[in-house]
Design a protein around this ligand. Structure first.
Ligand SMILES: [Ca+2]
Ligand SMILES: [Ca+2]
Length: 397
């Protein structure tokens, strides 16, 4: 037997290239897929992989029919599926880790949203309705799971019920994920959490990168847009193997913890998808650049969609919402099923939480600028994998 030796990158390029050739059928003449960026503009930045451009059906192809039930908990915002053409881009292999975020903070002195003593005006400037705020100055803090939630009062049949088991913890932030008494020192290679959207953008700009668009995230998660329910295929637990960090059992009453993690897990604990991307499902929800609107898929442009001009969600009226993707360690079958490749999430820009992080991308147009930035950061002694244990300890002291 002769085993052909083909690199994973080669296979991916071929698969994605074929997909472009096979799927693209010009419909409206508004654009031509032949000029999509498929080939990488150069060597992949450290810790990133090239996602070749292509054409795919974004969203969920299922026709929602209440009489047939909805075991996957597909939401109305995932339909209609629609054709999207994307240029290629480099994507971080993993969510940004505490170690990487620490280096950013060491270099810049950046203070995250959750660490700031904010006023009503700060929240109002980010779209929040502050009329019900009890005081003018809001203590620094962030959203955590409330293990002491009232089980007798739990109702899971109302919209947004998940929030009833959350609470804001004073002093919770990226350095103290469970509250002031907790630390990241034993979680340096876990995704950073408690980052608001503006914190994620600040990091990305510093690194010479940007947040992915929602379309880029879904396309990459689905291995260049393949019709797969999960980044690893169509079965949630193939051969009994849990493939990502999510919640096994009935949320929020029972966590069987079959994957070994009740909160975040170190990145790369679970297998990568075909492109070499880790944690695209589960672990933490990841901020995207787009504003969120429930009905965006009906009006989304075909080429490189970047989201609506205004956010809209009838369940969260008046709030400015940005898309989050991929689901978190809290997602499970009776709750959000956010680990499905087409599942959409969203977050208020004036908020952060303990299951929410991000990763970055670099597209072809940014690549030359990125290389210059990478050189500058190298001169400052910044490693792409983040700060050393010693540097983080010094920062936390
Ligand atoms: Ca878990
Ligand atoms: Ca994730």
């Amino acid at each position: 037997m002769i085993k052909p030796v083909i690199s994973i990158a080669g296979i991916v390029a071929v698969i994605c290239g074929l997909l472009v050739a096979a799927v693209y059928i010009p419909m409206d003449g508004s654009s031509s897929a032949s000029d999509l960026i498929v080939n990488a503009p150069g060597k992949a930045p450290p810790g990133m992989v090239w996602v070749p451009g292509g054409t795919f059906r974004m969203g969920n192809e299922e026709v929602l029919d209440a009489s047939k039930g909805n075991p996957d908990r597909i939401k109305q915002d995932e339909v209609p599926a629609h054709t999207v053409e994307l240029d290629g881009f480099f994507m971080d292999e993993t969510p940004v880790t505490n170690r990487q975020f620490a280096e950013f903070v060491i270099q810049t002195g950046y203070v995250t949203f959750a660490e700031r003593k904010l006023t009503k005006e700060d929240f109002a400037a980010r779209g929040a309705d502050v009329s019900a705020f009890p005081q003018d100055v809001i203590n620094p803090g962030s959203m955590c799971f409330n293990p002491k939630f009232d089980r007798t009062q739990l109702r899971t049949d109302v919209p947004m019920w998940e929030y009833s088991v959350w609470h804001i913890v004073d002093g919770a932030n990226w350095k103290h994920p469970d509250g002031p008494d907790s630390t990241i020192e034993d979680r340096l290679d876990h995704p950073v959490v408690h980052v608001a959207w503006e914190d994620a953008v600040a990091y990305a700009e510093w690194a010479g990168k940007r947040l992915p668009t929602e379309a880029e995230f879904e396309y990459a998660s689905r291995n260049c847009g393949k019709n797969v329910k999960y980044p690893w295929g169509n079965e949630l637990v193939p051969d009994g193997t849990v493939m990502a960090n999510y919640w096994q059992g009935e949320f929020p009453l029972q966590n069987r913890n079959e994957d070994g993690f009740t909160v975040t897990s170190p990145v790369k604990t679970f297998p990568a998808n075909e492109l070499g991307l880790y944690d695209m499902a589960g672990n933490v929800w990841e901020w995207c650049s787009d504003l969120y609107s429930v009905d965006y898929y009906s009006v989304s442009p075909r080429r490189n969609p970047k989201g609506p001009a205004e956010s809209y969600d009838p369940d969260m009226p008046g709030q400015i919402l940005r898309v989050q993707r991929g689901g978190s360690f809290l997602c499970n079958y009776n709750n959000c099923t956010g680990y499905r490749t087409t599942a959409r999430g969203r977050g208020d820009i004036a908020s952060s939480s303990y299951h929410n992080g991000f990763r970055c991308v670099v597209d072809a147009s940014m690549y030359p600028r990125y290389l210059k930035r990478q050189e500058e950061l190298q001169k400052l002694g910044v490693s792409p994998s983040g700060a050393s244990d010693e540097k983080v300890s010094a920062l936390l002291r």
